[in-house]
Design a protein around this ligand. Structure first.
Ligand code: ATP
Ligand code: MG
Length: 520
């Protein structure tokens, strides 16, 4: 039997059709599977994201209420004391040109350089560096860049041509989050021509500083300082003494009572270099007995070896030559006069010949304040003279002295010694009930707040029982009860939560009573 070719073709077509069908089905299935997988993946990702909790970056932290009230009080106290000494507040930028810190803090201060948070600011400024090292700044406004691409292209072309024809290199500006603020104060002093002002320039500042250090108790990557600086033509020891007096008066008023002031003189450019050389020679002789850090510092910064806390190095350091035996006559006289001035002011101090500041710009007076209860991070303030700094930054010859207080550590110490003031807290909780009493509640709340009281007004109606329970939990001293009876009789019921004593008062009586309570 011969097959009909037509039939054969039909069968083949059918087969092909079925194949195609199967493939389509398989494709759909795969697509479905893929979709399901993608869905699962998206779902998994969504779950993961929902579970991901953002946390403050290592070495940074939140200061929350009521603790933040202690911070505010500490800072307010500094303002009060510093202003009594005729210091004015300077508010400085958080970031500056990297060069400012590199030049002032110095390249040899290895720790600081490693510790700095630096980045290239690709934003608005473009620096064109001249081959001789001088700077020409060409400013390209950010708004211009965003709004007008063509203009931007033209400017970039112009820059490229400037570069080509002059051999100058364009680059983004390196900037750094400030690790300290003295350099910024000196920069501002020069920038605003403050040497032309009458008398000494006396400034204080407060705010966050940034150093990439190993975080531990009392050591953070974002920490806070309060500092003061005196800049001018005089380096009279009375200035140093007054700065120290102000510092200690502040610590005393802020409840940092168990502190020790350590002072030293590290000489000036006439006598210190010889001493540093002598120290380096002596250190070379005992090099093998020192640890790696100290060995490195023999070359980079021998003074810093004196700072070492390594136990095995202590007996060696004790035998090293002391700067006090190598001060020039002027420095010796300056230090002696400083001690007279401190005695005159009844300020107690300890001399510590090993107290140095590692930076080149420091001269003569150096000091530190140590507080109790802080373990190894126990320095709450460091400071000293820096007669060369303003000149180093391109300004006129200027004398300077200042200090920086570590706010984080100071507050830790105040809290650990139990000297933090109790927060004022909530005075009055307005327990209102019934919509008719709400307008009176809003209005009396405003009056009490205007009178300086801290008042909480619940935004939604609550039963008295619940309201009073919440007032208790919030630590309110009084609950002001306001229901229909009170509104009808135009009175207020004031309940003292400590002993549940209740008084019915008119508005005038209420204000008078609470005000007298506040003043107590
Ligand atoms: P330390 O020896 O403790 O590192 P320092 O010499 O680096 O101190 P300064 O640069 O003189 O400190 O700063 C003055 C004060 O600032 C210190 O006495 C300290 O109280 C505080 N301080 C410095 N670095 C930190 C930090 N990383 N975290 C918290 N406080 C700090
Ligand atoms: Mg340090």
């Amino acid at each position: 039997m011969t097959e009909n070719p037509n039939d054969q073709e039909k069968a083949l077509a059918k087969l092909r059709e079925r194949e195609l069908d199967d493939q389509a089905k398989a494709d759909t299935k795969r697509a479905q599977l893929e979709q399901a997988e993608a869905h699962d993946l998206a779902k998994a990702r969504a779950i993961e994201q929902a579970q991901h909790r953002f946390r403050a970056i290592k070495g940074t932290r939140d200061i929350l209420p009521p603790n933040s009230a202690v911070w505010n009080w500490f800072e307010d106290t500094a303002r009060e004391v510093f202003e009594a000494y005729n210091f004015g507040e300077i508010r400085l930028p958080i970031f500056e040109q990297t060069e400012l810190f590199a030049r002032s803090i110095g390249l040899q201060a290895d720790a600081i350089n490693k510790e700095m948070y630096s980045f290239e600011d690709r934003g608005s400024d473009v620096i064109v560096k001249r081959s001789d090292g001088g700077l020409i700044v060409i400013e390209v406004k950010e708004s211009l860049r965003l709004r007008d691409n063509e203009m931007r292209a033209q400017l970039e072309d112009l820059l490229a041509r400037v570069e080509r024809s002059s051999g100058l290199a364009a680059m983004a500006e390196p900037v750094t989050l400030r690790p300290e603020a003295t350099a910024s104060v000196a920069r501002a002093y020069i920038e605003h021509n403050m040497q032309a002002l009458p008398g000494n320039t006396k400034l204080y500042y407060m705010g966050p500083m940034f150093r990439r250090e190993r975080p531990q108790k009392g050591r953070y990557r974002q920490f806070y300082q309060i500092g003061a600086e005196v800049l001018g033509q005089s380096d009279a020891p009375a200035i140093d003494a007054e700065v120290l007096e102000m510092l200690l008066v502040f610590f005393n008023r802020a409840g940092l009572t168990r502190t020790t002031l350590c002072i030293n003189s590290i000489g000036d450019k006439n006598c210190r270099p010889q001493y540093v050389e002598l120290l380096r020679q002596e250190l070379q002789r005992v090099k093998d007995q020192l640890g790696a850090d100290s060995q490195r510092r023999i070359e980079t910064n021998p003074l810093r070896v004196l700072d070492s806390k390594v136990p095995s190095e202590q007996p060696i350091i004790e035998k090293l030559p002391r700067i006090s035996d190598h001060l020039c006559d002027d420095c010796r006289a300056h230090f002696a006069k400083l001690k007279d001035e401190l005695n005159l002011r009844g300020i107690q101090y300890e001399e510590n010949w090993r107290l140095v500041r590692g930076l080149d710009y420091y001269t003569r007076t150096t000091f530190e304040v140590i507080a109790e209860g802080l373990g190894s991070q126990n320095a709450v303030c460091g400071g000293g003279r820096y007669d060369g700094l303003v000149e180093l930054l391109g300004g006129p010859p200027t004398k300077g002295i200042g200090f920086a207080i570590g706010t984080d550590r100071s507050i830790l110490s105040i809290e650990e010694t139990g000297n933090a003031p109790a927060p004022d807290g909530l005075s009055v909780y307005v327990a209102w009930m019934g919509l008719a009493s709400y307008p009176t509640a809003v209005w009396i709340t405003r009056k009490l707040r205007d009178a300086g009281l801290t008042v909480e007004l619940p935004p939604e109606e609550m039963k008295f029982k619940k309201s009073l329970g919440l007032a208790d939990k919030l630590g309110a001293r009084y609950a002001l009860i306001l229901g229909e009876d009170e509104v009808a009789s135009r009175t207020f019921t004031l309940k003292r939560l400590a002993d549940a004593e209740q008084k019915k008062l008119t508005e005038a009586e209420l204000l008078e009573y609470l005000e007298s309570e506040r003043r107590r």
